[in-house]
Design a protein around this ligand. Structure first.
Ligand SMILES: NC(=O)c1ccc[n+]([C@@H]2O[C@H](COP(=O)([O-])OP(=O)(O)OC[C@H]3O[C@@H](n4cnc5c(N)ncnc54)[C@H](OP(=O)(O)O)[C@@H]3O)[C@@H](O)[C@H]2O)c1
Length: 327
């Protein structure tokens, strides 16, 4: 699979990576053996970038990645984790002592001395304007606890503030055919600054696969059941912030735009890969079949101008109003 460079850091990632929130919790029950087969299928399909976090299953996702990679020393996978959300979400918690403690725990979970890339995990907005926070992250680099750092953001404004920081290697942001706003300023700014862009929630939590209906029931321990209105964390992380009924209807229209040979999910991933400025897209997968199909999107032919225009038209007609003002 093609790889792209995170400009500032010089690190490389496959254009389609793997999101591993599913291997921790919040997407129904997790089977550890199945989780390993997802990692295996992704790696065998050429994926060289895994995104995880210390909170996914409270470390389970990190530990599963460590278990998988320890048995595959032949693989060169860039592992990006996140920190910050195991503590109360107040700026006062974003200090060097906490960073060191969170980093120690992630290094133990991942079984490494130095983490390839650590991202602040959607911190409170004032954190992005704090010199002390970024000085502390620089200290983690100096101490060789991490090779590079980045941020995972909720809003485009937060992304732009972070990109202006010289040490930020990557910005992770929601970008998909139901979330177009980052195309306007964030992607051009990231490109100009050499900051990598990690596109998350690329399938709008699965909506863009077109497989859900108004009657679909998600398990109780799946955020698609318990966070539809932002009850547990930011609403934008569930179905990309789109109201479920609207999302299901718009997904039917979206599926009809898939060219021959593409599934709707692959159309969404291919669309993201071809947006200038994107470094890697990180679909989550619940099965090896999904991981393989998602990786295969990297090799599909470029989408036509007509398809790109139809995606924008669908967004403008059905989605824009719900999301554009919020994130
Ligand atoms: N704040 C943050 O930093 C943050 C927040 C959210 C996500 N993330 C990261 O981004 C990653 C991706 O986002 P996400 O997992 O939330 O959402 P996503 O990638 O948009 O959606 C994942 C879901 O889509 C469905 N799916 C995946 N591949 C499919 C395929 N080939 N065909 C049909 N359906 C498919 C599966 O749903 P079913 O389970 O119904 O099959 C899967 O659970 C996460 O794993 C995580 O690493 C980070």
């Amino acid at each position: 699979m093609d790889e792209r460079e995170f400009g500032r850091s010089g690190q490389h990632a496959s254009v389609v990576g793997l999101g591993t929130w599913q291997l921790g919790a919040d997407w129904g029950d997790v089977d550890d053996k199945e989780a390993l087969t997802v990692l295996e299928a992704a790696a065998e399909s050429g994926v060289t970038f895994f995104d995880t976090a210390d909170v996914y299953g409270d470390g389970r996702s990190e530990q599963t990645i460590a278990a998988f990679l320890s048995g595959r020393p032949d693989l060169h996978v860039l592992v990006a984790t996140k920190m910050g959300r195991r503590a109360e979400q107040i700026p006062e918690n974003y200090v060097l002592d906490n960073f060191r403690a969170w980093n120690d725990r992630s290094r133990r979970n991942l079984g490494v001395d130095r983490i390839d890339l650590v991202q602040l995990h959607c911190p409170p907005t004032p954190v992005y304007s704090s010199d002390e926070v970024f000085d502390a992250l620089d200290t983690l680099v100096e101490e060789e606890r991490i090779a590079h750092y980045g941020v995972s953001v909720e809003t485009c404004a937060e992304a732009l503030t972070a990109i202006a920081r010289p040490g930020v290697a990557s910005v992770q942001i929601i970008l998909n055919p139901f979330r177009l706003k980052p195309l306007n300023e964030v992607l051009p700014a990231a490109r100009a600054a050499g900051v990598g862009v990690i596109a998350r929630v690329p399938l709008a939590s699965g909506l863009l696969s077109g497989k859900y209906t108004a009657d679909t029931v998600f398990p109780e321990n799946d955020h698609r059941a318990y966070n539809r209105h932002g009850e547990a964390f930011d609403q934008g992380e569930t179905f990309s912030g789109v109201d479920y009924t609207t999302g299901v209807e718009a997904a039917v229209e979206f599926a009809a735009l898939a060219p021959e040979g593409y599934t709707p999910a692959q159309l969404a991933l291919r669309w993201i890969v071809q947006q200038p400025g994107v470094t890697t897209v990180i679909p989550g997968a619940r099965s090896p079949e999904q991981a393989r199909a998602n990786a295969a999107a990297a090799k599909l032919p470029e989408l036509s101008g007509q398809t790109l225009a139809a995606v924008r038209d669908l967004y403008d007609r059905r989605i824009r109003e719900q999301v554009e003002g919020r994130w």
